[in-house]
Design a protein around this ligand. Structure first.
Ligand code: MF3
Ligand code: CO
Length: 248
């Protein structure tokens, strides 16, 4: 069963989402050559605490940090470390919070300093693939219409989507039903209803779609060692169309 949220619950997911939007703004300003991913994690930890919220990730299946910081060939679940970001890197910053028992989840991939036009184009396409997916998150569409739109858009641009990780329902828990793959045929799965809240999160590779998980059990990298990018929003399906809660 996909949970349908009432007005009060939607308000709470919105409050959690606001914290994430503010935090991303703060982190974006700090992301430049020389800062370590652990320093970014500390900033996020302090900010979330100050807001009276809790990290959704820290302690989740023993995950050790507030952020996932996924640099270059890291697809998802990069653990913050003493690694210093350098000019030309891209870093995916994934963060979730829980406030008053309700969760929101967001990811942006940022450029560190100047990046090449090829990499900029790649980030643009990955970012747009999320927008395209969200545009299909409308009442009476099938769930897999979102998945299909994302895959088509990415492939049309010559890149690939990751199959091993998926988006998800979010709200009362960090991960709720349904799972939302970033690939597949259209017209399948449950019909979308107003009051559903989804974390839609394409992971896009510049090369092949294959990934592997390192010995730490978390860090997921591309098999071919090429770049990956990840964008995620918490999205409310409403009678007036999709509402991006983790935006602006
Ligand atoms: N945005 C990711 C997800 O929805 C982040 C999970 S990281 C974890 O699954 F540490 F919490 F597992
Ligand atoms: Co997520």
């Amino acid at each position: 069963m996909i949970p349908i949220k009432d007005r009060e619950e939607i308000k709470k997911v919105k409050s959690s989402s606001r914290i994430l939007v503010e935090l991303l703004g703060l982190l974006e300003k700090k992301i430049r050559p020389g800062i370590t991913t652990l320093e970014l994690d500390r900033i996020a930890f302090d900010f979330i605490k100050r807001k009276g919220a809790k990290s959704a990730f820290k302690g989740y299946r023993n995950y050790p940090a507030t952020l996932c910081t996924s640099v270059n060939q890291v697809v998802v679940h990069g653990i913050p470390s003493s690694y210093r970001l350098k000019e030309g890197d891209v870093v995916g910053v994934d963060v979730g919070v829980c406030l008053d028992h309700y969760y929101a989840d967001v990811t942006r991939t940022f450029a560190v300093g100047e990046i090449s036009p090829q990499v900029a184009k790649f980030l643009e396409v990955a970012k747009e693939s999320l927008k395209v997916g969200i545009s299909r998150a409308v009442v009476e569409n099938h769930l897999s219409d979102i998945s299909n739109a994302i895959e088509n858009y990415v492939k049309k641009n010559g890149y690939s989507v990751v199959h091993e990780f998926v988006g998800h329902g979010v709200g009362r828990e960090l991960h709720e039903e349904p799972e939302i793959p970033n690939f597949g045929p259209p017209g399948e799965g449950p019909l979308l209803k107003a009051g559903m809240i989804f974390a839609i999160e394409p992971m896009v590779n510049i090369g092949g779609s294959g990934v592997r998980i390192l010995e730490d059990g978390w860090t997921t990298v591309t098999k071919d060692g090429k770049l990956s990018a990840h964008f995620e929003d918490t999205v409310l399906i409403s009678e007036n169309g999709p509402e991006i809660l983790t935006c602006c």
